[in-house]
Design a protein around this ligand. Sequence first.
Ligand code: ASP
Ligand code: MG
Length: 431
Amino acid sequence: MNESERARRIVAKFGGSSVADAASIKRVAARIVAAKQAGNEVVVVISAMGDTTDELMDLALQVSPQPQPRELDMLLTTGERQSAALLAMAMNDLGVEALSYTGSQAGVITTAQHGNARIIDITPGRIEKSLEEGYVVIVAGFQGVSQTTKDITTLGRGASDTTAVALAAALGADVCEIYTDVDGVYTADPRIVKGARQVPRISYDEMLELAACGAKILHLRCVEYARREGVTVHVRSSFSNKPGTLVTGLVDMQKGNAMEEAIISGIAHDRGEAKVTVAGVPDQVGVAAMIFEVIAECDVNIDMIVQNVSEVATGATDITFTVPMSDGKKAVDALNAAKDRIGFTELRYDDQIGKVSVVGVGMRTHPGVTAKFFGALAAANINIQMISTSEIRISVVVGADDVDAAVRAAHTAFGLDSVSGEAVVYAGTGR
Ligand code: ASP
Ligand code: MG
């Protein structure tokens, strides 16, 4: 938010590490006040302070091993209410009138699925009215209210970003600014690669792949939403005045904005998946369908899948796939229950893995990217367990202990290492 900018409607989201304590809340308040005083209309979306959400979750698990999803959402949404109210207090003391709203009050209408609800409508009447009356509006992120049950819902971990983009779309904002603890989108997690480079612009497609592959800088659904609604997302640090990263439509190659024509725009990693191997599966029509129907029925998302060639002697094969670690038990239990019907001999589960992905639109037109990636892993003595690709991505599964080394090896191999110094991580535990 720059004081010389013309009056605009801005949605600005501040992440948990930007409001970790009283002093940071006051700092953020001053920043918002400056934007307001420059004549902008400002809607702020706020996350819970620091690691509050994790702490509330830990607390719930101490009280109950399997908390009811409805009550868990009631509990977790208090984190964002705290920071929203505190921020409003700090702003009012700086002489700018601010009103805090829960997601429900702000008109964030969702599906009924606790813990992972989707936004289906935004009715921003109250926000519009408050803006007209000259208030800065502060909305508790990550939450809404179910259209059908009228219960309070949460939108999934990290989903304050999605609240912000959805509000930006509904309010016709000029920009959705996402303030975080690093200077923008980097070529790799700067917590792992010290020489990661910040990219000035990135396309929705590349950002989608990076977010889907574990880059935590933006919530996946926030990028999907932004692409669908054409919302320009501006990722920047709340700790500096650096220009940050614009996430937009096609990055224009002609104007020299194409990130120095890099073939690869970034390396993402994900430690949140587990690998399930169904061994000794009869190699017959319909068996794979049966396995994945079982998984689908328990509402578990599959990521990578590998099926081996069947053994000549036995006519049986192995099918290996990855699922979110948090759903691993559910998937294994469901498959074991269907063991006789499917006819497999053994089920193996391994959560000591990680996924490393190389993403870039340039790989569509440049051969040899796979060879270079795998060569770099080999040189680092890293074994590849699974592989999957899309048009603009190559992902591998490696052992959990090899993830950092694999990210660094790929980053160096694709010439992404910065020559001009180290990336700055201003705050946050990366939890
Ligand atoms: N506080 C929530 C979380 O930690 C939402 C967010 O930060 O975006 O997942
Ligand atoms: Mg986040």
